[in-house]
Design a protein around this ligand. Structure first.
Ligand code: CAA
Length: 389
């Protein structure tokens, strides 16, 4: 990995990056292929990541977190994803989609109750926005939350929930006033032990197979009124604000996958010989590596820049949607490009399960889809540039 002149890392940044790299190499690398094959959730290593503080890197220590900054989060996540993107998405959802939202919009009591167990790694969090008939057009959800005395009654079906099968707490978005459309959406933090909270079918997936994804069903699920996050009707804004943070996590994930595929390809190109010389000596391979490396470094700049924009927003209160969307768009398309080239450089071995190259290729695809497709990122970027939103 190249040290970037414009992002000099502090001793603290290097420490967390190295700790994550070390952990990933020692604990995740030996099991990644096996859990990818079985699709089993790697609870033991996920818990260890929590013990090391990786599940709440930007969460203040008072709420069980590591109390570090947004760049530290990105650096650690990148290292985990270089080894296994499935562990990476669990970490990303816990940090960005779950903890970040409650820290930003929650009351003091909600932060203590709902953030501390997740940030300290004792429990797992999830974020539930998508429904079978509402994905990119997230404001058209059908799930309903109806206030009844000092409770809300939740009913609906949510889909594609990362960590849905294992989560202890879920931030969920539901319509409280359908007539108001997006402005009638509210957010709730739901304890998975609540009656009426039902885990639906687990999704069989192409990649990130060791992460667990499922539907969630809410059947007359009663939650206390103080589990509502923010005001009634503020849910869509909360969902979008949180996704800006999430998209930086996915950019880091994509960056990690791309770097792993690149490094394997670079080494292979120096070792594998054809027609009497290492394949890297052929321009057909060397130029591929040049393009892979250049795109990775550009993706890294955008991703670290988005992390710094997020950090600045903690003071200014401003949005960093543009930086986050550009980072996610470019890094995820870079991951697809690089893993595709990596399979090609490795030839038959790239297609074989004996090496992790085919896993990187499968894992890369989801980064162009979840937390907003590439088309949605282009929409966010172009609207911002044209002053249309
Ligand atoms: N931050 C704060 N507020 C925001 C915002 C943001 N990033 N984006 C929009 N808003 C606000 C707008 O300012 C606007 O507020 P006002 O009406 O007060 O001005 C309001 O929200 C509505 O905004 P838009 O008119 O732009 O809304 P839209 O309907 O046109 O949709 C969109 C915008 C960008 C397409 C949005 O719907 C979107 O991001 N869709 C993709 C959803 C997504 O990423 N889903 C993935 C779910 S998570 C997942 O993948 C699973 C997992 O577990 C990992």
């Amino acid at each position: 990995m190249t040290d970037l002149a414009i992002f000099p890392l502090s001793a603290e940044h290097k420490m967390i990056r190295d700790a994550a790299r070390d952990f990933a190499q020692k604990e995740i690398a030996p099991i990644a292929a096996e859990f990818d094959e079985s699709g089993e959730f790697p609870m033991q290593t996920v818990r260890k990541m929590g013990d090391l503080g990786f599940m709440g890197i930007e969460v203040p220590e008072t709420y069980g977190g590591a109390g570090m900054d947004a760049l530290a989060y990105v650096l650690a996540l990148e290292e985990i994803c270089k080894v296994d993107a499935a562990h990476g998405v669990v970490m990303s959802v816990n940090n960005s989609l779950y903890c970040h939202g409650i820290l930003k919009f929650g009351t003091e009591e909600q932060k203590q109750k709902f953030v501390t167990p997740i940030a300290s790694g004792k429990a797992i969090g999830a974020y539930s926005l998508t429904e079978p008939m509402s994905g990119s057009d997230a404001g058209t959800m059908r799930s309903r939350a109806v206030c009844d005395g000092n409770e809300y009654v939740l009913n609906g079906r949510k889909s594609w929930v990362t960590s849905g099968p294992v989560a202890d707490y879920v931030v969920v978005f539901m319509m409280t006033d359908p007539a108001k459309k997006q402005k009638g959406i509210s957010a709730f933090v739901v304890d998975a032990k609540t009656p009426g909270f039902i885990r639906g079918k687990k999704e069989p997936k192409l990649g990130i197979r060791a992460s667990a994804t499922s539907e969630l069903l809410f059947e007359s699920c009663r939650v206390p009124i103080d589990s509502r996050l923010g005001e009634e009707g503020e849910g869509f804004k909360i969902a979008m604000t949180v996704l800006d943070a999430g998209r930086i996590g996915i950019a880091s994930q994509a960056l990690g996958i791309a770097e792993a595929a690149y490094e394997a390809s670079r080494q292979y190109a120096t070792q594998r010989e054809a027609f009497g010389q290492p394949i890297g000596a052929f321009q057909g391979t060397g130029f591929k590596l040049a393009d892979m490396k250049t795109r990775i470094e550009a993706a890294r700049l955008l991703t670290y820049n988005a992390a710094l924009a997020k950090e600045n927003s903690k003071q200014s209160g401003g949005r960093y949607s543009l930086e986050a969307s550009m980072a996610k768009l470019f890094a995820s398309e870079t991951a697809m490009f690089v893993t595709h080239q990596a399979v090609q450089i490795h030839g038959g071995m790239g297609y074989s399960k004996e090496l992790p190259i085919e896993r990187y290729f499968r894992d890369a695809k989801i980064t162009e889809i979840y937390e907003g497709t590439s088309e949605i990122q282009r929409m966010v970027i172009s609207r911002a540039e044209l002053g249309m939103k």
